[in-house]
Write a protein that binds this ligand. Structure first.
Ligand SMILES: [Zn+2]
Length: 110
């Protein structure tokens, strides 16, 4: 399963986003949080998180070895985001619509 996370959609501090992704891993429930943009069934048993924060995107495969730590400590420590990636501002409506539009366009292809 692939989870698309775009932290620019919520502008929350990292721990808030990590916590809601942890809930998702723990319960399988899709939290009603704006930064979880999409969940795609890629036919794989493990969860792959594609995380965008600021201008940066990182991919994290949540293996069984790190799963518990990702749930309780968060995903940021398993990614090599630069410090400035955590310093994001809450988006306005236009920015949110733009991100969602661009994502939808990237999904359907050119
Ligand atoms: Zn968030």
């Amino acid at each position: 399963m692939k989870v698309i996370i775009n932290r620019n959609l919520c502008g929350h501090p990292p721990f808030a986003c990590e916590k809601c992704f942890g809930e998702f891993l723990r319960t399988g429930a899709y939290p009603d949080r704006s930064c979880m943009l999409d969940v795609i069934d890629d036919g794989r048993p493990e969860v792959t998180a594609e995380i965008t924060s600021g201008e940066y995107t990182r991919t994290l495969v949540v293996t069984d070895e790190i799963r518990e730590q990702v749930i309780y400590d968060g995903y940021m420590k398993f990614t090599d985001f630069p410090f400035e990636a955590s310093e994001i501002q809450p988006p306005d409506g236009n920015k949110i619509r733009k991100i969602i539009r661009e994502y939808a366009a990237s999904k359907t292809g050119p």
